[in-house]
Design a protein around this ligand. Structure first.
Ligand code: CP3
Length: 365
């Protein structure tokens, strides 16, 4: 965990950042001159610049080489002219220092070689090597210094660090990869609550330290991805997820930065997710933004929530969808424009650029 001097230093920096980044101001539900915009998976395979780098390096090589990770992050943010840059990394990076081997198989996604199925395997997970993840912090330092100066409009681009939520990371650890029904994870959750608890706590130990490294390196905001939380009924979410995620959110907020908490298929969970104390909830596209915001409550902001597949629509349709999202937010402080989930491969880059421009034009106060 961060020592007190780091926390104090960070709080001071956040106070300053709140005045010079409209993205950070929006996360804190302060007034902004227009709605800030960025995109989930803004650096990814839909972008030719990314594919050029990706032809030379594996995904993990990019993540683990600060110069390249920073370059990919910066290129995407500048190409799209967005208000925030999310550090190029992956949710699963903490598995390596925890002692769990995995790889990304082309076309298949992540594969964990020996998925966790027993209490003994959970006990063997290490929590004392989070310092090995410092390459992500080094990449953040580079991005932060690249965007240190204000842009033409006087705004400083916000820097987003991110971590997985313990539930979503556990799903990869236990299922061994992406899953449809989460049978093995739910089996463990329902049959051995103390093993589940140990796994959640071990993940939180590593994640809190990893988030502290990112904040110390200059991340303005931490986004916590709980992408698959929507697989749970609300009562199970409350029992098996909320206590641990709330603990993690509180530990990250104590570093002095706002927290964005995001999941997919969460309409039935939003009011419970807001009990984590996150500053902003990320909404997927299935719930109308104003209804989602009502469920999340006035105490938090919302991020979202254009259907990423609307980016394949003709411009008149796409522009109307962007307007619908902005109309539902009605310029209330605390809205950050984004997609309801990540940009998919094949998305026309020019459409993403057009959405970025339209949000700025249409939301000017
Ligand atoms: O600009 C950005 O947002 C890129 C940075 C980023 C990556 N992964 C790089 C990546 C971020 C924010 C992530 C988070 C992540 N990783 C999530 C949560 C976000 C979400 O979509 O809900 C998840 C679930 C993962 C785990 C993961 N990584 C999966 C399931 C996959 C395969 C799916 C796919 O799209 O192929 C990855 C691979 C991955 N991570 C890619 C990128 C750009 C694509 C593969 C590649 O470049 O080879």
């Amino acid at each position: 965990m961060a020592d007190t001097s780091i926390v104090i230093e960070t709080s001071k920096r956040v106070a300053a950042a709140a005045t010079d980044s409209r993205f950070v101001r929006a996360c804190l539900r302060q007034q902004v001159d227009r709605t800030p915009v960025w995109f989930l998976r803004q650096a990814g395979r839909y972008m030719p610049e990314y594919m050029t780098v990706r032809k030379q390096y594996s995904l993990l090589d990019i993540c683990r080489t600060p110069e390249i990770a920073a370059e990919v992050t910066i290129t995407a943010a500048e190409r799209l002219d967005v208000d925030a840059a999310i550090i190029f990394a992956d949710l699963l990076l903490p598995f390596t220092p925890m002692g769990l081997d995995f790889e990304f198989v082309n076309g298949e996604g992540p594969v964990v070689h020996k998925p966790i199925r027993t209490r003994e395997q959970i006990e063997a997970l290490r929590t004392d090597r989070a310092d090995e993840l410092i390459y992500v912090a080094k990449a953040i330092e580079k991005v932060r210094s690249h965007f240190a100066a204000p842009r033409a409009d006087g705004d400083r681009l916000g820097i987003i660090g991110f971590i997985g939520a313990p539930f979503t990371l556990a799903s990869y650890m236990i299922e061994g990869g992406s899953s449809r029904n989460y049978v093995e994870m739910k089996r463990l959750m329902y049959s051995d609550i103390s093993a589940w608890q140990l796994l959640m706590e071990k993940l939180n130990t590593v994640l809190a330290e990893y988030a502290a490294q990112q904040v110390q390196a200059g991340a303005d905001v931490i986004q916590i991805f709980d992408s698959w939380a929507g697989a749970l009924a609300v009562n199970d979410y409350r029992e098996f997820v909320l206590p641990y995620t709330r603990d993690l959110v509180q530990r990250v907020k104590a570093l002095g930065v706002p927290v964005i908490y995001f999941g997919v298929d969460t309409a039935s969970l939003l009011s419970t997710m807001s009990e984590t104390g996150a500053d902003v909830l990320g909404l997927d596209w299935r719930v109308p933004l104003d209804e989602g915001w009502k469920l999340a409550g006035d105490a938090c902001g919302v991020q979202g929530n254009l259907d990423p597949i609307a980016l394949f629509a003709p411009h008149d349709v796409l522009k109307q969808r962007v307007k619908d999202v902005l109309d539902a937010a009605a310029n209330r402080p605390g809205h950050i424009f984004n997609l309801g989930h990540g940009i998919v491969p094949g998305t026309p880059v020019e459409n993403v650029i057009a959405v970025s421009r339209w949000v700025k034009e249409m939301s000017a106060r």
